[in-house]
Design a protein around this ligand. Structure first.
Ligand code: SAM
Ligand code: SF4
Length: 343
């Protein structure tokens, strides 16, 4: 492992393997109205309201991170549209575009989108990822414990508002793998970008098993008798792109069978203010006190010192990011799932 020496490391956020961080995901709440089988524990213990980072502290953090080279911020959760004030927050973040921020996005289960799509567009949101794991309403309810219809209405509202979006579909063996063909057919017919995601060991009750994963190879096997499928060279994105019938682009995020870790440019902040240098990192870095200090010391002589303190914590932590999923998967001693980490 290369040692961290501040004088040898550029001011950008870079890890020991030379990967520069450009994308930040912030979770604004751990709460969710869905109970997706691959994500939420059976008995979730929600954070207390006072343990959540305030929007002021989140803004200060985003400001700091954009100054360190972050170009894209994705707001996630839990369900981000359940946190009051989310539209204002998106609007406030626009100020960071003058400092180098290029894109502000939201990942949502879509349930409240019919209400929020237009407001988010007007607040300057650039795009959305919407989760949709089945087009069969009975199966959808089994997977999420909620109804499909509001999500389909939310997708229509995003279209009507002119908000670009992609659909994310997590596949699980014998739960929704019969949806591969219907989802592709529906997406092509409606001109909607779709990405299948391999089920990762980040479910709340740690029940994940390799045999529940629907692999990229299995997805392709199901598609090939029905469509012409050509692989496109992978760009700087976690999803490998396939050209279906010569014109439609399908993405597959295959963290388990073809990890993207060697190019990973992401970091994450949980709703209670823990920084994670990797989805699979054994431990986060609690920076809530430093972020709250940034808020309270604004416009005071101590502000610069507070920024420096944060800098001295964040850079070494990012530097020590592990090589990737395959280096970390057998060290899991932690109990943190996607609804805390934000995906
Ligand atoms: N509630 C929002 C949603 O569902 O889109 C945002 C948070 S959710 C944790 C973010 C993304 O993580 C979703 O696309 C979800 O499907 C994905 N996800 C959750 N648990 C997962 C798992 N165990 N493996 C793969 N993807 C997962
Ligand atoms: Fe909620 Fe999203 Fe997790 Fe589903 S994947 S339980 S919608 S946080």
């Amino acid at each position: 492992m290369k040692q961290y020496h501040s004088e040898n490391v550029p001011s950008l956020l870079q890890d020991q393997y030379g990967r520069i961080k450009r994308k930040l995901r912030i979770s604004v709440t751990d709460r969710c109205n869905f109970k997706c089988v691959y994500c939420m524990p059976e008995h979730p213990e929600w954070l207390n309201k006072q343990d959540l980072l305030s929007f002021e502290a989140l803004f200060q953090f985003c400001h700091f991170m954009v100054q360190q080279g972050i170009e894209s911020i994705r707001i996630t959760g839990g369900e981000p549209l359940m946190r009051q004030g989310i539209v204002h927050f998106v609007r406030d973040l626009q100020a960071l575009k003058a400092l180098g921020l290029k894109r502000i996005s939201v990942t949502t289960n879509g349930h409240y989108l019919a209400k929020y799509a237009k407001q988010l567009k007007d607040a300057g949101l650039d795009d959305l990822n919407i989760s949709l794991d089945s087009l069969d309403s009975i199966q959808f309810k089994e997977l999420t414990k909620k109804k499909l219809e509001p999500v389909l209405e939310g997708i229509q509202a995003a279209k009507d508002a002119g908000l670009p979006f992609k659909i994310n579909c997590v596949l699980m063996k014998d739960k929704n793998d019969d949806q591969i063909l219907p989802m592709v057919k529906w997406s092509i017919a409606n001109h909607i970008p779709l990405r299948f995601i391999e089920f990762m060991p980040l479910d709340g009750d740690a029940l994940w098993s390799n045999k529940d994963v629907v692999s990229e190879a299995e997805i392709l096997q199901i598609l090939q008798p029905h469509y012409s499928v050509q692989v496109i060279e992978q760009q700087h994105e976690p999803a490998r792109q396939y050209l279906i019938n010569g014109s439609y682009h399908l993405g597959i995020i295959s963290t388990i069978t073809h990890s993207f870790c060697h190019q990973c440019d992401r970091i994450r902040l949980t709703a209670k203010g823990e920084l994670y240098n990797c989805l699979f990192a054994p431990q986060g870095l609690n920076i809530k006190p430093q972020l709250e200090a940034l808020v309270s010391k604004q416009h005071t002589p101590e502000y610069e010192m507070t920024v420096q303190n944060l800098n001295d914590l964040v850079h070494p932590y990012i530097w020590h990011k592990a090589k990737g999923f395959h280096a970390l998967q057998y060290q899991q001693t932690r109990k943190i799932s996607m609804h805390m980490l934000g995906g």
